[in-house]
Design a protein around this ligand. Structure first.
Ligand SMILES: [Zn+2]
Length: 601
């Protein structure tokens, strides 16, 4: 390809709103332009790399036996109402009406669309397992799209959906997808951190996220310095506290007047002790609680309801007291999971006063009447605790778990932080920021049940298939390659996803130099190498700068002086390396083919 025949508008200056390297370099290298906030157009150079990432993903998906389909981007709203996500997806989902007033969704993901296709065609267990995938446009109406295609509103995702008769089959596909994802990221030159993740709004059980380290990452990862433990902070756990015996000697519970002492800091000062002795008690509101609270102490006051005739009975709203060691924070994702709630949030002050009978700041685990008590695993380890006494200006001292109060649930609720100990090996845990590139989930029956998907087994019995879902962001993967492979001059593409693999720069595109540059380009292209020939009438310095910016792996400089030698040579340089090699013209083509294919693996 001749430079003058393509469209690569490189820039010297940095766009003001480009806050991260990949955004800056994709703009400057002429790969990308912005149409509106969060909406980007790939120009020819950018699209070449984009297509290569896509091709790697497609190859690896096909290798697992997954079958590619192409559903529409605009999907009927009814499907989302069937799954229940019409309500829960919120404003991130763009809804549109057609001229007849029909409601549609610009797909943010496609569990519903693909499941409805499977529902229509599935009859027998013989059709399972079945994995369908698409590489297609998605839209999420992000409030603050930032960082270029790393977090745009419109993007392309590979999303796959699998359907199974049993757990073992689901697990097979889940493992195969995990292995395919590892190969995809490796082939793209990316170092990913696979982490166990919470499935959040997606619902379901097992899941794994594939993260890249990033200072602008929207995920916090918890990693162990000593072993391979890695988890999203939303799901991270750590070594539980030791509960030793010996509370027998603790004196009886005793109320102490603590006028105007409310916060943990004030309490530490008042009692001259550290926060680890306090049993912090917070009041949470939970929505859509799918538990039975009738027999739970403090739970009888809440009312169950059905949102629709088919839906199971849940508590649209219930409140809980949550006790945790004074120096720790409650992880709301863990709390919601423990309560089988769609969401949890701190209750308003008026609710706290109504439910505890005490001013805000004096809640405690002893004597609660209207609230089920949930305690973190750190609470039993507090041997001689201090807590609010459910009365104004009063705290209890000598509070003992099991003697003075017994929670209804005792589960892991803490937010793990740097310095906590690894639950696997006892090593020190630390935090990193990460961006999610891919995600695999076992969904179980979540969508297949709500959308009434059935198949018949060998005895003619009806069953609901199990389901898994597997996504990779193509744009984000591409941007992450640039984040990981660049220097001050520009991008340094891995060969596998480079827009062009070789750039030929004639010092002056004329005469013998032109003839050699043209024939070298043509011959390399014959060997299926992607070549850009910089035929512009620009100074060599300008061409070199652009070549570095675009990050094309091999640069070949053809100059008159080198061709006039007894043994004519060309200069070859690998982007990212300092040394320049001289290759004899007669051997240059074969050597370049060897170099490129070696890196393609
Ligand atoms: Zn460890």
């Amino acid at each position: 390809m001749l430079f003058t025949k393509t469209f690569i508008p490189t820039l010297r200056e940095v766009p003001a709103d480009a806050l991260i390297v990949s955004h800056r370099l994709m703009f400057r290298a002429g790969m990308l332009r912005k149409l509106a906030n969060g909406l980007f157009a790939y120009l020819p150079l950018g699209l070449r790399s984009f297509r290569k990432v896509e091709a790697i993903v497609r190859e690896e998906m096909d290798a697992t036996g997954a079958l590619e389909i192409k559903p529409t981007v605009v999907v009927p709203g009814e499907l989302w109402k069937e799954s229940g996500r019409w309500e829960t997806m919120g404003d991130a989902m763009l809804r549109v009406k057609n001229r007849l007033g029909g409601e549609f969704v610009l797909s943010p993901t496609a569990e519903e669309a693909v499941t409805s296709l499977v529902r229509d065609a599935l009859a027998s267990y013989r059709q399972l397992p079945l994995t369908l995938y698409q590489i297609n446009t998605k839209y999420r109406d992000e409030i603050r799209p930032r960082y270029g295609v790393m977090r745009g509103r419109e993007f392309v995702m590979k999303d796959a959906y699998s359907y199974h008769t049993d757990e073992a089959s689901l697990d097979n596909t889940y493992q195969a997808m995990g292995a395919a994802y590892r190969r995809i990221f490796k082939r793209c030159g990316l170092s990913v951190i696979p982490v166990r993740a919470d499935s959040g709004a997606m619902g379901g059980s097992d899941s794994e996220e594939f993260m890249v380290e990033s200072v602008i990452g929207d995920n916090t990862l918890i990693l162990c310095r000593n072993c391979a433990y890695a988890a999203n902070v939303e799901k991270a756990s750590c070594k539980p506290e030791l509960v030793s015996g010996g509370t027998a000697a603790v004196p009886a519970l005793e109320p102490i007047a603590t006028p105007a002492v409310k916060t943990i800091e004030q309490l530490c000062g008042f009692f001259k002790t550290d926060a680890r002795r306090f049993i912090k008690t917070l009041i949470y509101r939970a929505r859509n609680v799918a538990l039975d609270l009738a027999q739970v102490p403090g739970g009888a006051g809440f009312v169950k309801r059905k949102s629709s005739p088919e839906a199971p009975e849940v508590y649209p709203e219930a409140f809980f007291a949550v006790a945790i060691r004074g120096d720790l924070e409650v992880n709301e994702v863990k709390l919601a999971a423990a309560l089988k709630a769609s969401e949890v949030s701190l209750a308003e002050d008026t609710e706290v006063v109504r439910l505890t009978g005490a001013p805000v700041g004096f809640a405690g685990p002893v004597g609660l009447k209207n609230l089920p008590l949930v305690a973190d695993l750190t609470v039993p380890a507090i041997q001689d605790g201090i807590s609010g006494a459910l009365a104004a200006d009063t705290h209890y001292v000598h509070v003992v778990y099991g003697r003075d109060f017994v929670p209804w649930l005792n589960v892991d609720l803490r937010t793990v932080v740097s310095g906590d100990r690894c639950g696997l090996c006892g090593g020190e845990l630390y935090e990193k920021k990460g961006n999610e590139l891919g995600h695999i989930f076992k969904l179980g029956h979540k969508y297949t049940r709500s959308m009434q998907v059935n198949y018949l087994d060998e005895n003619g019995q009806t069953h609901i298939p199990l389901m898994g879902t597997y996504g990779i962001g193509i744009d984000r993967t591409l941007a992450s390659v640039i984040e990981e492979h660049h220097d001050d001059e520009g991008i340094i593409w891995p060969m596998t996803v480079a827009p062009y693999q070789v750039i030929i720069i004639p010092i002056t595109y004329a005469g013998e130099v032109k003839a050699l540059a043209d024939s070298l380009a043509a011959n390399l292209e014959q060997s299926r190498i992607d070549v850009l020939l910089d035929d512009r009438h620009e100074r060599p310095g300008v061409k070199f700068k652009d070549a570095d910016l675009m990050g094309i792996p091999y640069r070949v400089v053809v100059g008159e002086k080198n061709l006039a030698r007894d043994t004519p040579v060309v200069e070859v340089k690998r982007r990212g390396e300092a040394s320049v090699r001289l290759l004899e013209v007669s051997k240059a083509e074969a050597e370049l083919i060897r170099l490129v294919y070696r890196e393609l693996g």
